[in-house]
Design a protein. Sequence first.
Length: 185
Amino acid sequence: MSNQYNIGVIVGSLRADSYNLVVAKAMTKLFPTNFTFKFINIGELPLYNQDADQNVSPVVANFKSQIKACDGIIFATPEYNRSMPGVLKNAIDQGSRPWGDNSWDGIPAGVLGVSIGNISTAIAQQHLRNSLAFLNMPTMNQPECYLKWYEGMVDEQGNISPKSKDFLQPWADTFVKFVGHNAKR
């Protein structure tokens, strides 16, 4: 029997119709049944303020406990002004603080991104990877996953189009192996 893996999904956009959210939800269908997914909300987090480290709010404490319960994390990020969105950086900071209580520590990560731009989210992903390295998150390096959004990428039933599935399935398959090798058990 296969191990069960609980994967957190963090989308770096708060927009209701976020391309990254749409693709992340559709991608969950590409994984084996022993992988379950929880989309972790980052929109309710207060802005990180070191003054709050001595009295962590219930919202932040809940967020940190959700992260710690994961066997892996998938980050789906847009690119804003050639970097990751501030809301995603805020979530990373909240999860890593107070100093000595890094909720991200040792959790394997996968990074992908969707954008309407030609270079997709390449620079945002690189900035995100820099933070993940500091947080001690083993991060899947290959294959990389930079997607340019097009109408029909995900159909009305939430399925990835055949054209994009051929690109995304190897990413999902590699992430399965990566988590199996790196998950803390």
